[in-house]
Design a protein around this ligand. Structure first.
Ligand code: PXL
Length: 286
């Protein structure tokens, strides 16, 4: 199997260890060519930083996409993360229409909220547009707050995980494969994956650590896609990506005051290289 090429569409938060700065190393460590189409440039991510800069890149987004079309560049996967404005959601939707071929895997992480609240500057109107965009995906990966919003519940109830299967079923009307991260259950935090076609529901459970770990969703989505695009099943990629994020958290805990803004993920990238070696031997990758 030839080396895969994935385009990730999300913002560049220059400082903060999330979005593209997390996605690129993870996707590369999993043996995949990573291409970037930025939606916006921010000085930092929007969580707990004040006075961050935000520069949307609508015009540039279109010009880059036109240039790629002219060059005939193609992608095995399109992985969408944080977008940042209604206008840019439309641009991403147009990009998918233009570049997704029959076999292109379209993965959307509907990044817009966490811990019961929308990210700064985003709200209900944005959520509705993002939900429509999610209909174009083969796989979506909301966190629990985003899953509540997309399924018509209050985001503030994100700790109520009793009806998680029902929520996953509801979301599978939007998209066949649903992964929900950050599902609370006492001192356990789980990632669940539901495939509507096989009706298979799986979960990966991890210990819950106190605090907010910025970028953990981006690291999960990037690791998941890096594995899935290389032949891992939805269930295996979910489990392994969840193990990877747990390892990143464990390596950060000792220095969490220093790394309050993002996970110290760099020390965990070696795990991904091992996953890739395993996939390479079982899936006959080049
Ligand atoms: O990690 C998700 C994310 C991505 N991009 C921006 C963010 C956040 C989360 O806060 O603010 C700009």
């Amino acid at each position: 199997m030839k080396q895969k090429r994935l385009v990730t569409i999300q913002d560049i938060s220059c400082f903060g260890k999330c979005s593209v700065t997390a996605a690129l190393p993870v996707i590369s460590a999993l043996g995949t060519e990573a291409v970037v189409l930025p939606t916006a440039v921010l000085s930092t991510h929007t969580g707990e930083f004040s006075d961050y800069t935000f520069h949307p890149l609508h015009d540039e987004f279109q010009r880059i996409s036109d240039h790629w079309k002219k060059l005939g560049i193609e992608f095995d996967a399109i992985y969408v993360g944080y977008i940042g404005s209604n206008e840019l959601i439309q641009a991403v939707s147009d990009f998918i229409d233009r570049f997704a071929k029959k076999d292109t895997v379209v993965f959307i992480d509907p990044a817009m909220a966490d811990n019961g609240k929308f990210y700064s500057g985003l709200g209900e109107d944005y959520a509705q547009r993002l939900k429509e965009l999610c209909r174009k995906a083969h796989i979506i990966s909301p966190n629990m707050t985003e899953a509540m919003i997309l399924s018509g519940h209050s985001p503030a109830d994100y700790k109520e995980s009793g009806n998680i299967k029902e929520i996953a079923h509801t979301l599978s009307d939007i998209c066949d494969n649903v992964i929900i991260t950050g599902v609370h259950n006492n001192d356990i935090i789980s990632t669940v994956a539901y495939n509507k076609v096989t009706d298979n529901f799986t979960r990966a459970d991890k210990p819950m650590y106190d605090g907010v770990f910025y970028g953990s969703g981006d690291l999960f989505s990037s690791a998941f896609m890096g594995m899935y695009i290389n032949g891992a099943t939805l269930e295996d990629a979910t489990k392994n990506a969840s193990d990877f994020v747990n390892d990143c958290i464990l390596k950060t805990l000792d220095e969490r005051e220093k790394y309050w803004y993002g996970l110290k993920f760099e020390q965990s990238l070696g795990i991904l290289t091992e996953y890739y070696k395993e996939l390479k031997s079982t899936k006959h990758l080049s």
